[in-house]
Design a protein around this ligand. Structure first.
Ligand SMILES: C[S@@+](CC[C@H](N)C(=O)[O-])C[C@H]1O[C@@H](n2cnc3c(N)ncnc32)[C@H](O)[C@@H]1O
Length: 225
């Protein structure tokens, strides 16, 4: 188990935190349905347009290198959304047996054409796959959408279906200031904590894979109006 940032090459985006604070509870309720509004509706309710733009390609390359993936290896992306990472892993490593699973019917029904048939509808807390089915399992910004007990269960499921290699990334904060920014911005997270608290959750679940944190840092470039 190692703390390693496989999303180091993911681009930073500008965030209008103040706009999120208007009708926050309504926006959160809508976002938590993980439907059209969350992916392709207004920015206050989610992504504001979840469209493929190739930004996952460098991350896919880093994942392939980190795990030494090769054609024929079986990989699962838990919380795959429309399959952008699945598509870019296929590009980075042709012949990879890569699949995704997501709780959102909207995302799976609006998947990238290249990954149709590779994405399953399902929940991270109960992965519909036999033990040790995958050479590597990924779950990027997915597990924290469950409550604490759900996180533990999802981590156990990732551990169960993998053959020992996995990577998760979850929402975290390191200071009261980062926690405040995060709470103002986030819509769907149910569990978020300091890294050392997350490490306790990982240990409780018996998770042995790699991990890293999604931390909203205080960035002067953000549009906070
Ligand atoms: C923040 S998005 C991340 C999507 C993608 N992994 C990425 O990083 O762009 C969270 C994704 O997790 C999915 N999700 C939320 N709860 C889930 C659950 N219990 N099981 C599986 N997928 C879930 C959502 O539908 C959404 O696609």
């Amino acid at each position: 188990m190692a703390e390693v940032n496989l999303l180091a090459r993911y681009p930073k985006s500008k965030r209008n935190v103040q706009a999120r604070l208007v009708h926050k509870e309504d926006n959160r309720r809508i976002a938590l349905q993980f439907g059209m509004e969350y992916f392709d509706g207004r920015r206050e309710q989610g992504y504001g347009g979840y469209r493929y733009d190739g930004r996952w390609l460098p991350i896919a390359e880093d994942i392939v290198r980190h795990f030494g993936l090769k054609a024929g290896d079986r990989v699962l992306d838990v919380g795959c959304a429309k399959g952008f990472l699945v598509k870019d892993l296929l590009k980075s490593c042709p012949g990879l047996e890569i699949f995704g699973i997501d709780v959102s019917e909207y995302a799976v029904m609006n998947a990238e054409p290249e990954v149709i048939g590779r994405l399953h509808l399902g929940n991270a807390v109960s992965l519909p796959f036999p033990d040790k089915s995958f050479d590597a399992v990924l779950a990027i910004n997915t597990v924290h959408n469950l409550d604490r007990a759900g996180c533990v269960q999802a981590l156990r499921e990732i551990e169960r279906v993998s053959r020992g290699r996995s990577y998760i990334q979850v929402d975290a904060y390191r200071s009261p200031e980062e926690r405040k920014i995060f709470e103002d911005w986030m819509l769907t997270a149910q569990t978020y904590a300091m890294p050392r608290e997350w490490e306790e959750i990982l240990a409780e679940a018996g998770y042995t894979g790699d991990y890293y944190w999604t931390i909203l840092e205080i960035d002067p470039e953000w549009t906070i109006t």
